[in-house]
Design a protein around this ligand. Structure first.
Ligand SMILES: *Cc1c(COP(=O)(O)O)cnc(C)c1O
Length: 362
């Protein structure tokens, strides 16, 4: 499966591009190119095209519009101080994309094609990678059912597409988020699609996010679907709890992957980095009561969420139907910030990449 390169004939004027890269916002501007590749059940994948960014024209009866057979990924390209650009663990995104494809009855795409398409797009649109630490080029691969049909069955055609957008910090890392523990809505149930990145999970989460906002909270915390007791995730991010502190020795705890959590690549990287920094790490179950009591007794000193978009953000206040509490002092989280700086350091090339996570683009 090859990728044919067709540079845009009408790229963004350079001054406008540089202005956008300097003040990117989050997902406001898209780069000059995109990748597209088509699959059919009869002939498999055709070669892909890297071409000018632009609209897709689709028949109204295209399956994805009706039955949401769709997956996506989120990854970043990081600018290093020497001007070069790096990807972080892109093969992990490729593997997770293919697991999602299988779960959603979509075709797998060759991992090497996936990573090559990302490298080629980033290389073509390298000038769109922002320069400040904490900023990056956000890359969005996705795949959807493109057959024109109304019957409910796996699509016999699919489109893989890749776009990119320069982004600043998703949240201000120094401003802790407040969370609403949702007992009304559920994100994922056993046997469902909680461990894959499909758009439907997000569509079903929007009302819970609205409910959280109505409670004055920034984000929703998801509980398990059955007992509505065990902590799973925060919005589209994985959660971590710091037990103990630097003086006493700290354990970095995160809910284990039960099949209803999304296996975050940031989560996995933090488990490794925390060990490198001398902390104990633990995966297990934590209930709402254990969270509240752990904070009250001082055992839990910090809570933070993690994901590619925001890296790490501190969870300050918690609200639920049964009242709320503040994690630690609600403001500072020294261990979370230490891990954040270390991870950002690896991504931006200022900390040694001991685990072979970096793929340079050129
Ligand atoms: C994408 C995502 C995450 C974070 O995954 P990363 O690979 O770390 O970006 C966590 N939870 C959900 C629900 C997600 O969709």
């Amino acid at each position: 499966m090859k990728l044919n390169i067709h540079p845009s004939q009408t790229p963004t004027p350079l001054a406008l591009r540089d202005e956008r890269v300097a003040n990117p916002g989050f997902g406001k501007y898209f780069t000059d190119h995109m990748v597209i590749a088509k699959w059919s059940g009869d002939t498999g994948w055709s070669d892909g095209d890297l071409q000018a960014y632009g609209p897709l024209v689709l028949d109204p009866a295209t399956l994805v519009f009706h039955y949401a057979q769709e997956i996506f990924e989120g990854m970043k390209a990081y600018r290093w101080s020497d001007g070069s650009v790096a990807l972080f663990r892109p093969y992990e995104n490729a593997k997770r994309f293919n697991k999602g494809a299988t779960r959603m009855a979509l075709p797998e795409i060759p991992e090497d094609f996936f990573v090559n398409s990302v490298e080629q797009l980033v290389s073509q649109d390298k000038a769109w990678v922002p320069h400040k630490s904490g900023e990056a080029l956000y890359i969005r691969p996705f795949m959807f059912a493109s057959e024109v049909a109304i019957g409910v069955r796996p699509s016999n055609e699919a489109i893989y597409c890749l776009i990119a957008t320069p982004v600043g910090a998703y949240f201000d890392p120094k401003k802790p988020v407040t969370v609403w523990i949702s007992t009304e809505y559920v994100r994922a149930a056993p046997g469902g699609t909680g461990e894959v990145k499909c758009g439907g999970n997000y569509a079903a989460s929007l009302m819970a996010q609205k409910a959280a906002a109505a409670q004055g909270c920034d984000q929703v915390v998801w509980l398990d679907a059955i007992e509505k007791k065990w902590i799973e995730e925060m919005g589209g991010m994985n959660l971590f709890f710091v037990k103990g502190d630097k003086e006493r020795g700290a354990t970095i705890f995160t809910p284990k992957l039960t099949g209803t959590l999304l296996p975050g690549i940031t989560r996995d990287s933090i488990l490794t980095v925390a060990k490198d920094l001398g902390y104990q790490v633990e995966e297990g179950m934590i209930s709402v009561d254990q969270w509240r009591e752990g904070v009250a007794s001082g055992e839990i000193s910090e809570v933070f969420a993690c994901g590619t978009a925001a890296v790490i953000s501190i969870v300050g206040g918690v609200k639920s139907e049964n009242g709320g509490w503040i994690n630690g002092d609600g403001q500072s989280a020294p261990i979370a910030m230490q891990i954040r700086e270390h991870l950002l350091g690896i991504q931006h090339g200022s900390v040694e990449d001991k685990h072979g996570w970096i793929v340079k683009v050129d």
